[in-house]
Write a protein of this length. Structure first.
Length: 257
């Protein structure tokens, strides 16, 4: 299965449809059957009070529903969603002209530069769902920094876990490598091993209000190794081939390779 990791720098507005369509069409030209965008790819990150005006409803994504059918490609996006008068930081999995699953971010950071708990409602579930590529799950950034979430993923044993993120640049270590990148790699690798799953991590790049995002999107194998990684701080469409519909026994054996 060929997937595309779209490491983009979205605008801080609802005007990101064209960027997504261009990336989807490019991914399809590269033979991808699935494309994954970062957290809040449709809105940008530092929205604050604008979330109450710049939210999306399910009907707003009809253009993506049509593309998923016409191009035979599945699409994972991040967006501000309104559901029953509540505003969420959400990820959506679109396939065959419809939404297969929506995940509302469970763990909302509210420290330092983060103020998500002021503007979003907290999601209450982390569920698996079936796709043409096997059992899948989605989480958003801070969700994965919770042992409860990792335990839920490990119990479900999905074939693929999608982790979309807006992780900002901070904390360089003495060797000049981003400390936050090292921490993410440990968490992603641990989750992959415990869950015997492929982990697809897509992080954005670019700047908003003086905050920079580092990118470094990557695919982690079930044995916790990096299969392919995007550049730091640069826009990139990373193409990667992974196995699909792998049995639990096969994934377990690969962990020992």
């Amino acid at each position: 299965m060929r997937i595309a990791l779209s490491q983009i720098s979205p605008k801080l507005s609802k005007d990101n449809f064209k960027l997504h369509v261009e990336q989807i069409e490019r991914a399809k030209s590269e033979g991808a059957k699935l494309i994954v965008f970062p957290e809040l790819s449709m809105n940008g990150y530092m929205l604050m009070d604008a979330v109450y005006e710049d939210y999306f409803l399910e009907d707003d994504f009809s253009q993506f529903y049509k593309l998923s059918l016409d191009l035979d490609i599945d699409i994972v996006i991040g967006a501000v969603m309104k559901d029953r008068d509540k505003i969420y930081n959400s990820s959506l999995y679109i396939s065959n002209g419809k939404i297969l699953s929506i995940h509302h971010k469970n763990n909302l950071p509210n420290y330092g530069m983060f103020e998500e708990a002021r503007f979003f409602f907290r999601g209450e579930a982390c569920n698996s769902f079936n796709t043409k590529f096997g059992k899948s799950m989605m989480v958003i950034c801070e969700d994965l920094w919770s042992s409860k979430t990792i335990d839920t993923i490990s119990s479900n044993k999905p074939d693929i876990l999608f982790v979309i993120s807006n992780s900002p640049t901070r904390d360089f270590s003495d060797d000049g490598i981003l400390s936050i990148e090292k921490k993410w790699l440990r968490i992603l690798s641990t989750t992959a091993i415990l869950s015997a799953t492929y982990v697809v991590f897509v992080n954005r790049v670019g700047f908003e209000d003086g905050i920079g995002f580092w990118g470094g999107s990557m695919v982690i194998t079930p044995d916790g190794k990096v299969k392919k990684r995007a550049k730091l701080f640069e826009k990139e469409l990373l193409i990667c081939d992974i196995y699909d519909n792998i049995s639990n026994i096969e994934k377990y054996l690969r962990r020992g390779e």
